[in-house]
Design a protein around this ligand. Structure first.
Ligand code: AMP
Length: 117
């Protein structure tokens, strides 16, 4: 279990590494995935440390809307709205989650033909 002090995405959101923030709002920040799977691959993470989707609480409603609005804004800025894009999150080890701070992958820039599972 991680907390803010040893969470890499918390540290990125706090500006600790000087990572280029491509978009942000009150609730979330967006930055490019270090190992992009698609021509455009941006991660959207809440500023609040939440380990994954399973830990979202009822009081996180505004945060959830803020995160999804930022994902949509990233897609707009990346020029993905016309062609389409995918927003995914991996919740837990079997899903392939490797960073335990809730994040949404915004993927696009080519035809996404891979099956989901
Ligand atoms: P997941 O496997 O769904 O937990 O996704 C974690 C993602 O974070 C992977 O796609 C990694 O490439 C990405 N990632 C890990 N460390 C960094 C980092 N320092 N900056 C940007 N992306 C990262």
């Amino acid at each position: 279990m991680t907390d803010r002090s040893d969470c890499i995405f918390c540290r990125i959101a706090d500006g600790a590494f000087g990572t280029d923030i491509v978009a942000e709002n009150e609730h979330a920040v967006a930055f490019r995935d270090i190992q992009p799977q698609t021509p455009s691959h941006v991660l959207v993470v809440p500023r609040k440390h939440i380990t994954g989707l399973r830990e979202l609480e009822p009081e996180d409603g505004e945060l959830t809307v803020g995160v999804l609005q930022l994902a949509r804004e990233v897609a707009r800025r990346e020029g993905l709205l016309d062609g389409g894009y995918r927003v995914t999150t991996n919740d837990g080890a079997d899903a392939g989650q490797t960073v335990f701070h809730l994040h949404f992958h915004v993927l696009g820039g080519r035809r996404l033909t891979e099956p989901l599972g």
